[in-house]
Design a protein around this ligand. Structure first.
Ligand code: CP
Length: 325
């Protein structure tokens, strides 16, 4: 068991080894138990996390903020637009200065070609850990909560289980590709066979696909890509159907919307769920386009684990913070 994670950044899903992720999960399950029993777990007393947001959030903000308080510390909510970043504070300055005030810096920045670079530049200049609250490429804390949830529902040994990561139609906005990318990178390491399904315009980044294939090969799991949602879901244990933008095809919002609108029948409904195993679970990181991306029948139905999944953000992130800060 790898236990010394002090000072480490978590920006990409593969930044931590599988053994280190197992440590995070062990601690997350323990913290969940402690919270349920009302046992004190103030491992970060007097420590302060900066939470710098360049994009809106419900769950990520709530869970990091509550998590820091439960660990005996404090989280400072900082919206980029209320800072001097637009007036010239550079990434290096933010890393240097916030690194001197805070004990950790968590950042959400999903702008294409900018967010991940921003996090890495802040991390280079910072003396404290930088935690990725979602960039355009990765959503690692969501993925840890997802893994924790799957283990709770299907057991800790996931070898031979099938997860389908499927694109679904949404009308609200072109959602980042970070969730499916994190899933295909992390899930093979824990024994899950991964099927990725999407229309042709919704490809993920070639370098991430290559890394996902490498992980599947290394951990002797399967990784397949299909262009049909129904075919993909056949025999699945986990159906993770959500929307993402055609960002490798176009980053023009209007053109992307036109492409997206061709695939309105890619919806997670009860008919789709009936193709999966009887005890299959439905997952979504939320927010969802209700009755567009997924039907209310599925989202609110017995196979949906979305609230447990959202809760586990709290426990997984507390584990990362307690271990790294
Ligand atoms: N799943 C997730 O990251 O939710 P928020 O965008 O509300 O933080």
């Amino acid at each position: 068991m790898q236990t010394y994670l002090k000072g480490r950044d978590l920006i990409g899903d593969l930044d931590f080894t599988k053994e280190e992720v197992e440590t995070i999960l062990d601690v997350a399950f323990d913290l969940k138990r402690k919270r349920a029993l009302g046992e004190e777990h103030a491992y970060l007393r007097d420590k302060v996390l900066a939470m710098l947001f360049f994009f809106s959030s419900t769950r990520t903000r709530g869970s990091f903020e509550a998590g820091m308080a439960q660990l005996g510390g404090h989280a400072a909510f900082i919206e980029s637009r209320t800072t001097q970043i637009s007036h010239g504070d550079t990434e290096t300055e933010m890393g240097e200065i916030f690194g001197r005030y805070f004990d950790g810096i968590a950042i959400r920045h999903v702008d294409w070609g900018i967010g991940n670079r921003y996090l890495n530049l802040v991390a280079e200049a910072s003396r404290v850990p930088v935690l990725n609250m979602q960039c355009e490429y990765y959503h690692p804390h969501q993925c840890l909560a997802d893994l924790m949830t799957i283990m709770e529902k299907k057991g800790r040994d996931l070898r031979g289980r099938k997860i389908v990561v499927s694109w679904a139609y949404a009308s609200s906005y072109l959602k980042p590709i970070s969730v499916p990318q994190s899933l295909i990178l992390q899930m093979p390491r824990f024994g899950l066979d991964v099927t990725l399904a999407h229309p042709k315009e919704f490809e993920l980044m070639p370098e991430i696909m290559e890394q996902a294939r490498e992980q599947a090969e290394k951990h002797k799991t399967s990784f397949e890509v299909v262009d049909d949602m129904q075919d993909a879901v056949e025999g699945a244990d986990v159906v993770y159907a959500k929307s993402w933008g055609p960002l490798l095809t176009t980053r023009d919002q209007d053109e992307g919307k036109k492409i997206q609108d061709q695939y309105k029948d890619w919806i997670a409904d009860q008919k789709l769920m009936s193709l999966a195993k009887d005890d299959a679970i439905y997952m979504h990181p939320l927010p969802a386009d209700r009755d567009i991306e997924v039907t209310s029948e599925v989202l609110d139905g017995p196979q949906s684990v979305v609230f447990d999944e959202a809760e586990n953000r709290l426990h997984a992130q507390k584990a990362v913070m307690a271990l790294t800060m």
